[in-house]
Write a protein that binds this ligand. Structure first.
Ligand code: PLP
Length: 645
């Protein structure tokens, strides 16, 4: 049945979570729109048809699952955050500048870092590193003149020496001291090297943020210096004649801040500390408000863990206005503002495309049973429930009886009382009863939790060619809800209610929390699969953390990546600039200390032995060896036999 695309938008809440970057086109396909104008109609027409991108990738023999990276979306995000700060600063007549940095850890892919640095060039946008490896990357890739390189994370001597090398290279590097002993080390090593460091101090904030990462703040937080330690640090800097190096005050109260009040309170606390330190004569130029700018994954605009109750504009206004008010009251200069937003910058730019490769639904299996003259009593009892339910018997009572008979039949089978055929008949009848109960539930009456779950008992599980652990780690680890939408057929009524399972051998490899029309639901409305027709689902907002955090459960490795750019001169409005092939079996095996060449040699030797014993023919033996080697060089997911594809 055909539906209006507006209805599909309601079902999948696309316009609520997508921030204008994804829209349903008139042809029922999902489109990506990189210009953040907010004019939905125009955007969908100008946008790139995601199905067309998939078809082109397929014609280039790129296999599924694949990540699509929309670089224009990433660029647009960088521009939007910078422009919003600059506009607000001007509107408020704020005297400081905006000097944003991108925290590499949120998505360390070189192409992502390079794109952000490039898009941020006109704004002097910088990078943040939280480890030695990230610092190595920042030193090579933060090429924007005058931009900051902020160094967070615990630092050992090598990290400090590497950063001092950066200062020698005339990079604008700020060491953010996370704990007191780091400052002592920094002073000692920088004196040895003969380079003066620019120093930031991370505050251990007193306010406790709300949200999933609230433990990053509060007096028991892992990072930062409490007020007493800050004063000790200042004393040490004075003793060493280095107080003029104290240039930045940092805080980070957690990622995905869901409530704007946490941000207001944090700005007010840090602003006051800044003012008091300025009064003490410390020449602090920057306040770094860290990350935390949230993403509305479920589109509810609420304080739920997967949402946020504020817009980018409101966030920026609260930071600028909050600092300005305190500084004016305390008569201190307005500091330059640094943000380390990562999630909000990167989440929207990539999505995972996975094909549905099968359907699992125990309730749909039918058993053709020839009734024996005398049915077992348990079979009879289950069959009777079908008649009883027609006579409008209480649904709960029927459900209880069905479950009881089902459980009794398992015990009877274990004792050898029931045959396989009888078990099959009971199973088939059980599902028929459950379906009838479900049909009776649309009576508008109150039902128990158990009965409310009957619909999901009957739902299908769509088997998707991907690994939750590799591509949607937070969905498994912390119940992060990610929007999932079919890429096409969005002008067709989705008639099935499904949960999703992946191809790992792990019952946790599933997704059963979805953004629904009425909030978070345990099933997602999807279309019935058609023979010979591919059906693709997109998992969206995966650009922050998900893309890079995955693990190799079952040795499913990194997935293929397709980098897409908008181009008005191309017939379909886009071109694929680069393909980054995912891991082969060989690569993932080598990370676990296997040696693929050795394995191939050993398998060959074993097959040779079989040949010499006459168990395998020589021709077949050669074919088997070739096939084994081909599999070593193949993509780790279903349906492939070539490297990375
Ligand atoms: N800065 C620091 C110090 C962090 O620990 C984090 C992440 O938790 C970020 C920035 C990035 O935060 P977000 O991705 O929420 O913007």
């Amino acid at each position: 049945m055909a539906i209006d695309i507006k209805k599909a938008d309601q079902i999948y809440r696309v316009s609520r979570w997508s921030d204008g970057y994804y829209q349903i086109g008139e042809n029922g396909n999902l489109h990506v729109c990189s210009n953040h104008s907010g004019n939905s109609k125009e955007q969908a027409q100008d946008g790139i048809d995601i199905r067309a991108v998939i078809e082109e990738a397929k014609s280039n023999e790129i296999r599924f699952p694949m990540v699509l990276r929309f670089h224009d979306v990433l660029r647009d995000k960088v521009v939007t955050i910078n422009e919003t700060f600059n506009r607000t600063i001007k509107e408020y007549n704020y005297q400081g500048k905006f000097c944003g940095v991108y925290p590499i850890k949120v998505n360390q892919m070189r192409e992502v870092v390079e794109e952000i640095v490039d898009a941020g060039k006109p704004y002097g946008f910088g990078l943040e590193a939280g480890s030695k490896a990230e610092l190595l990357s920042a030193l090579a890739y933060n090429t924007n003149r005058g931009s900051l390189t902020i160094l967070n994370g615990y630092k050992d001597e090598e990290y400090i020496r590497l950063a001092l090398l950066g200062i020698k290279m005339k990079r604008n590097i700020v060491f953010v001291v996370e704990k007191f002993s780091e400052l002592e080390n920094l002073i000692k090593i920088s004196k040895e090297v003969g380079v003066e460091p620019t120093i930031g101090i991370r505050l251990r904030m007193m306010i406790k943020a709300r949200g999933r990462w609230q433990s990053s703040s509060g007096i028991r937080a892992k990072f930062g210096l409490g007020i007493a330690e800050v004063l000790n640090a200042i004393k040490l800097l004075e003793q060493e004649g280095l107080s003029h190096c104290f240039s930045l005050l940092h805080f980070h109260i957690g990622s995905q801040l869901t409530d704007i009040r946490s941000i207001k309170e944090a700005v007010s606390e840090a602003g006051r500390i800044y003012a008091k330190l300025r009064h003490k004569g410390l020449p602090i130029e920057y306040i770094d408000v860290g990350g935390g700018l949230g993403v509305d994954y479920d589109g509810s605009k609420s304080t739920s863990d997967s949402s946020k109750n504020y817009s980018l504009e409101e966030y920026v206004a609260d930071v600028v206005d909050g600092l300005q008010q305190i500084c004016d009251l305390e008569s201190v200069p307005h500091p330059n503002i640094v943000t380390e937003s990562g999630r909000a910058l990167t989440a929207h730019h990539s999505c995972l495309i996975m094909p549905v490769v099968g359907e699992i639904n125990p309730s749909a299996v039918k058993h053709q049973f020839e009734s024996p003259k005398k049915e077992h009593i348990l079979v009879q009892n289950m069959r009777e429930l079908l008649t009883i339910i027609k006579q409008k018997r209480n649904l709960q009572e029927t459900f209880n009886d069905a479950v009881q008979i089902q459980e009794d039949s398992v015990s009877a089978f274990k004792l050898g009382i029931l045959s396989l055929e009888e078990m099959a008949e009971i199973e088939t009848l059980y599902w028929r009863v459950i379906k009838r109960i479900n049909n009776g539930l649309n009576d508008g009456k109150f039902h128990s939790d158990e009965l409310d779950k009957v619909e999901s008992l009957l739902s299908s599980q769509y088997l998707c060619n991907f690994s939750v652990f590799q591509s949607a780690a937070d969905s498994w680890a912390i119940d992060q809800v990610l929007p999932i939408v079919p890429i096409s057929r969005l002008n067709e009524q989705p008639t099935k209610h499904c949960s999703l399972v992946d191809i790992t051998c792990d019952s946790d490899g599933k997704i059963d929390k979805f953004i629904g029309e009425h909030g978070i639901e345990s099933t997602l409305p999807l279309h019935p699969l058609k023979d010979g027709e591919d059906y693709y689902l997109g998992v969206f907002l995966t650009g922050a953390y998900q893309d890079v955090m995955g693990d190799m459960h079952n040795l499913f490795g990194r997935v293929n990546e397709v980098h897409v750019f908008k181009s008005d001169s191309e017939p379909e409005g886009f071109y694929i600039e680069e393909v980054v092939l995912g891991s082969t079996a060989k690569t993932v095996l080598s990370t676990m200390q296997y040696n693929a060449d050795f394995m191939a040699r050993r398998v060959k030797r074993l097959i040779d032995k079989n040949i010499s014993k006459g168990e395998i023919g020589p021709r077949e033996g050669v074919r088997l060896v070739d096939f084994y080697e081909k599999c070593l060089a193949s993509y780790t997911y279903l349906g492939s036999n070539e490297a990375g594809g």
